[in-house]
Design a protein around this ligand. Structure first.
Ligand SMILES: [Zn+2]
Length: 103
């Protein structure tokens, strides 16, 4: 697996660590979750980078909901301009089990 520095040099930090989905831009999945969530899903692994919604939920074992995201301008912007599933999660008041999560 490439190091963080190697990933930065290749601009790879903008791609999902697990599936290589490009996370920047309109319709992208660039967002901030609370540190507790991020540490839980990256514990003992490479944590500099991004995870798309589907891969983060896969690691977490449940769907994301609004309370999982930090109260930052980026997330407010994504309520309007994120991918369909990111907008869905940012507006969701309860989480779903992984098996119930739609893509
Ligand atoms: Zn992914």
């Amino acid at each position: 697996m490439p190091t963080t520095t190697e990933r930065l040099q290749r601009d790879e930090v903008w791609y999902c660590l697990d599936c290589d989905h490009f996370c920047l831009g309109d319709g992208g999945e660039y967002y901030m979750v609370h540190d507790a969530i991020w540490y839980r899903v990256t514990y003992g692994q490479e944590c500099e980078g991004m995870l798309c919604i589907g891969c983060l939920e896969g690691r977490l074992g449940r769907g994301l909901m609004a309370a999982d995201f930090t109260d930052c301008p980026l997330n407010h912007e994504k309520r309007e301009r994120g991918s369909a599933r990111l907008r869905d999660r940012l507006n969701r008041s309860t989480w779903k089990r992984q098996a119930e999560v739609s893509s």
